[in-house]
Design a protein around this ligand. Structure first.
Ligand code: MG
Length: 356
């Protein structure tokens, strides 16, 4: 697989009809605001783009998620929130007759999603469920995990909302749904179907529910948001307000490469120039060009701008414009696709210069 950046001559908010937005790291950071997020979402709506807030979190019901967004001045309706619990329920509802008994291992958000999808949420393997749906809740313990194990060993199919190994908390990383799923997998030998990112299911569900014709995924994590977008065959915008930084993008595997790059959600309101290969290994993006230059086995990233050519010192911090960053990503991905990836030690931390 190879994958590189896409160009867009008009602002993304005009070229795409629905933004499938990740929450933490894109719309907010924990309880904090992200600069420009509220204004950019409001302006995107003004430009005719609709919003779908897509979260792997299966514990919180959509109404709670929408309330949190509104408390940070991001306009959001309950109906615009898509959780991995809803996506898991959607997968089961497509396979099972209405009213089928499903063992719900998780919180109220999961039970509500199953009932809303026309299924019957039960709590014991003795109810003879035909499927098990497992999502995170703080009180999931031995009893619920064992009910799931009885049911799966008796032949129930197994769907997980998501497989996130950890859950970020104020005190650090705690046990996430994927780690609780691992206990059931260990006891049954059965691998669940997962609905959440990086699987395509949650984006398929969000696309269908929003009626999007040209959806655009927006995320801050390459291994979940962007990988999920690739898996679903959707274009994606990566922003730098969350987990993965500008350097991570240059080192991304093909299946985790975004279509568009921006420092933050203001990127929805801009056209995106596309890097194109020119002579001598250079990739040109608007006024900037970049290449991976081999000098006697010493491979370095080089930048060419109006004021000449410079090597990016791997021991310093590279300060790049957004266009230079796009060119550098295309150059680094191209050599990786040719089987000679840039050594991470040759890639410095990158700081994006404010253009606006
Ligand atoms: Mg995120």
């Amino acid at each position: 697989m190879s994958a590189t950046l896409t160009g867009c001559d008009t602002p993304l908010a005009e070229a795409y009809d629905v933004a499938l937005l990740d929450l933490d790291g894109v719309c907010y950071r924990g309880a904090e605001r992200i600069p420009h997020a509220a204004e950019a979402v409001a302006a995107a709506r003004g430009a005719g783009m609709r919003m779908s807030f897509v979260t792997n979190n299966a514990a919180r019901p959509p109404s709670t998620v929408a309330e949190q967004l509104r408390s940070l001045d991001i306009p959001a309706e309950e109906a615009e929130v898509v959780t991995s619990a809803q996506a898991a329920a959607g997968i089961l509802a497509a396979e099972l007759p209405p009213g089928s008994a499903v063992l719900a291992v998780g919180g109220p958000g999961l039970r509500a999603a199953l009932e809303a999808a026309g299924l019957r949420a039960v709590t014991s393997a003795e109810d003879e469920p035909v499927a098990v749906a497992q999502g995170f809740a703080r009180d999931v313990g031995w009893e619920q995990l064992s009910e799931a194990t009885y049911a799966i060993r008796a032949g129930a199919r197994y769907v997980a909302t998501n497989l996130d190994a950890t859950l970020p908390t104020e005190r650090g990383f705690a046990v996430g749904n994927g780690s609780l799923v691992a206990a059931v997998r260990n006891a049954t030998g059965v691998e669940p179907v997962s609905a959440g990112k990086p699987q395509a299911g949650i984006f398929d569900h969000a696309t269908e529910r929003s009626g999007a014709r040209r959806p655009l995924v927006v995320g801050d994590r390459l291994d979940t948001d962007i990988a999920g977008a690739r898996a679903a065959g959707l274009p994606s915008l990566h922003v730098l307000t969350g987990v993965n930084d500008a350097r991570d993008v240059l080192l991304a595997a093909p299946e985790e490469r975004p279509s568009y790059l921006s420092t933050d959600l203001r990127g929805l309101h801009e056209p995106h120039p596309v890097p194109e290969p020119v002579a001598d290994g250079w990739w040109q993006c608007a006024g900037a060009a970049a290449r991976v230059h081999d000098e006697g086995g010493d491979r370095r990233l080089q930048l060419r701008e109006e004021d000449g050519v410079r090597d990016l010192d791997p021991t310093g911090t590279a300060r790049l414009t957004e266009d230079a960053w796009r060119a550098a990503a295309a150059a680094a991905w191209a050599v990786a696709d040719e089987g000679a990836p840039l050594d991470p030690s040759a890639c410095p931390p990158i700081e994006i210069l404010p253009a606006r």
